[in-house]
Design a protein around this ligand. Sequence first.
Ligand SMILES: Nc1ncnc2c1ncn2[C@@H]1O[C@H](COP(=O)(O)OP(=O)(O)OP(=O)(O)O)[C@@H](O)[C@H]1O
Length: 208
Amino acid sequence: MYEKSVVADDLHVALGGEPVLQGFSLSTSPGEIVAVVGPNGSGKSTLLRCLAGLQPVERGRVTVFGVAPSDDAAFWRDVALLTDEPAWYPGLTSREHLELVEAVHGKPRMTAETALGLFELTGRADAPPQNLSTGQRQRLSLAAAFLRPSRLLLLDEPERGLDTSFRVRLAELVAAYAAEGGTVVMATHDPALADCARQVSPAGQATP
Ligand SMILES: Nc1ncnc2c1ncn2[C@@H]1O[C@H](COP(=O)(O)OP(=O)(O)OP(=O)(O)O)[C@@H](O)[C@H]1O
């Protein structure tokens, strides 16, 4: 049977007493790229959190590869999430952070060295993340997310801090991930990134 990667059905979420998601539904297949678009405060991050099982829903249902999101290791083995900047380990260089991810995950998608090259960090590999620029730190976070094996990539504004040329590279990296059969759901304000994807809006308006 052809498996859906994400199914969100009739999601309702209210935050601070205000409705954020009101009957939102989404179904994705392996190999698909979905851009969650809409203005500030329209519920994009909330939706990603629902898909990751981090935001309880009042009504509706989410399944990821046929099961409800959960906090167990099996769920997170399939799902890579990039939201706010992660906590960095004191005393480790940027290269060592990626080597750690490579060592811990069996069958990484690429080596730490390859990731440093793809994410244009080779020249800063020996610097600790704290000494990188904002955009370089975002590239390091992305490198860790793309290096580890996963079947679903949830990205919340992955373009944050990136210059124009690296945004183009990011679109290519996302496309390559999907071409391998992975699913990408990303909240984005970047029109070029969104144009490479099927666009959905938590506010309910599907954009062309
Ligand atoms: N912890 C919270 N308590 C109360 N309201 C919240 C909370 N978190 C978010 N909200 C509200 O929920 C709504 C949706 O927020 P969300 O972060 O999902 O929007 P977004 O589309 O991702 O916005 P942005 O484009 O600014 O990142 C906003 O009105 C926000 O103010």
